[in-house]
Design a protein around this ligand. Structure first.
Ligand SMILES: [Zn+2]
Length: 387
């Protein structure tokens, strides 16, 4: 009897020890603060909770950096971390916040759109918790997030997610996926409130262009492209042709399906005057048949299994020994986003948006994205924001 009790206590202590050892790294990851140095273009910071007050105080509330030009003009929103495991968009947003100067019009940047997903991980897939990008002042550390918001913020999941307002049946997980919960509602599940807040921002501030930056598998047909509904298709096509002709990289246009609901490129256009664009850059890390999900694979996109599949023509993008590095993915996002703004400004000259101070594809590939990040230790503390 005594022995049994001792065994139970020992097992309980062992369980607690494993739980603590496993939990501490996850707790640290969730609470890690990533600095962003607001550059000369940032004039103010607003929050999604300004549009849906019930988000205030929750992890889902997030910063919206506003960069206002001296000259009035059109307005554009650039957003990333809709899926927080597709980090090229996040790095593009930070590059813009730290370097862009808006000469005409207004640029809004939401670096951590699904802020909860940015503090989530996917241990079952062996995701690394962080990745470091080299800079001249040391490594800049990023949290590696997950596709969906954390159940710590939104739980329980339904058996099926019934999309609002179209009643389309989606996977239960999509209730935490901020690229399925558009256009959202002010009193819905947390992620519907996040997308509703962004819809309100777009409508109230009369934003002309919204660019949602993602990454997609090389084995997924909708990759390395601009997804655009009918109303954005012309600008997307000219932007795609221009980057191909002038900057030498492919980024074709995919039509946004009219009957697939909840996605930003569909609902933003249908529920506001805004022209939506969704950018996909290939991210080999997310493909299923790869080696271990290492930081190296996340950064350089080199994988022997994908190389083999590429030789069998199973991939939707050209793929060789050079992989698909992060610098290339970020470079594409930056150039395509800036080109969309240029083409929009040409077509609607009275609403034009002029942005300077941002490098383009070739420079980012040559210099590395890290060379455009600013050292928070040397910056004015008032300009350093933690995400
Ligand atoms: Zn995505």
């Amino acid at each position: 009897m005594k022995n049994e009790k001792t065994t139970k206590i020992v097992l309980l202590l062992l369980f607690a020890a494993f739980l603590t050892a496993g939990g501490i790294p996850l707790w640290k990851h969730r609470h890690y603060q990533m600095p962003i140095v607001a550059g000369p273009g940032v004039t103010r910071i607003i929050h999604l909770s300004d549009f849906v007050p019930s988000l205030k105080g929750s992890v889902a509330d997030t910063d919206v950096f506003v960069l206002e030009g001296k000259e009035p003009g059109g307005k554009a929103l650039v957003m990333s971390n809709t899926h927080a495991n597709e980090p090229a968009g996040l790095l593009t947003s930070i590059l813009m916040i730290e370097n862009a100067v808006v000469e005409k019009g207004t640029l809004y940047v939401i670096p951590m759109f699904n802020a909860s997903a940015g503090r989530n991980t996917k241990p079952g897939d062996g995701y690394p918790l962080y990745f470091d990008v080299p800079t001249s002042w040391g490594a800049k550390r990023f949290r590696m997030g997950n596709r969906d918001a954390s159940p710590l913020e939104q739980w329980p999941d339904p058996d099926l997610y019934i999309h609002y307002p179209d009643k389309q049946l989606l996977s239960f997980l999509d209730v935490r996926n901020t690229n399925r919960t558009w256009p959202g509602r002010p009193d819905g599940p947390l992620m519907e409130r996040v997308t509703y807040a962004a819809m309100e921002l777009l409508r109230r501030d009369k934003i002309d262009v919204a660019i949602d930056m993602h990454g997609a598998e090389t084995m997924f047909p909708v990759t390395n492209c601009i997804v655009a509904p009918e109303k954005s298709a012309r600008i997307a096509t000219i932007a795609s042709m221009t980057v191909k002709a002038i900057e030498g990289f492919d980024n074709h246009v995919e039509p946004s399906p009219g009957n697939f609901h909840g996605l930003s490129h569909r609902e933003i256009g249908d529920f506001s005057e805004t022209l939506p664009f969704l950018l996909e850059a290939p991210i080999p890390f997310l493909d299923q048949p790869t080696g271990p999900k290492t930081v190296k694979l996340m950064l350089d996109g080199k994988d022997p299994f994908l190389l083999n599949l590429s030789k069998q023509k199973r991939l939707f993008v050209p793929y060789d020994e050079n992989g698909w590095p992060l610098d290339k993915r970020v470079g594409q996002h930056v150039s395509v986003a800036i080109e969309i703004l240029k083409q929009f400004s040409k077509k609607f000259s009275e609403r034009s948006i002029r942005v300077s101070g941002v490098p383009r594809y070739a420079e980012i590939v040559k210099n590395g994205i890290g060379s455009y990040f600013h050292d928070p230790a040397k910056a004015d503390p008032k300009s350093v924001h933690y995400e």
